[in-house]
Design a protein around this ligand. Sequence first.
Ligand SMILES: [Zn+2]
Length: 88
Amino acid sequence: MPICEYSCHACGQHFEHLLLSSRPETHEVSCPQCQSREVHRMLSAFAVSSEGIREANLQRAKEAHRPIARDKRVSEDQQQQRIADEHN
Ligand SMILES: [Zn+2]
C-alpha cells in the first residue's frame, strides 16, 4: 500500500498518510497536528526523502508489535527445543 507524504498549509507539519484506495484524491486527509484539511500531497518528495522516514516507521511498527512477536518466537523456540530434546 502506498504511503504519501503531505505537508500542512496551516501549521507546516509534514506527515505521511497511508492510502487505502487507488484514488488518493478522494481521501479526506487532515493534519495530525492541527486537524486542518488544508494539506498538500508531496509527490516529488516521496521518492527522495521518505526512505528514512519509512525505515523509522517500520522500526516503530516492529517495536509496537515486539512484545507479541517475541512471546510467539520464544514459545516457538521452546517448542523446537522440546522436539529436539525428544529426538535426543
Ligand atoms: Zn497542521
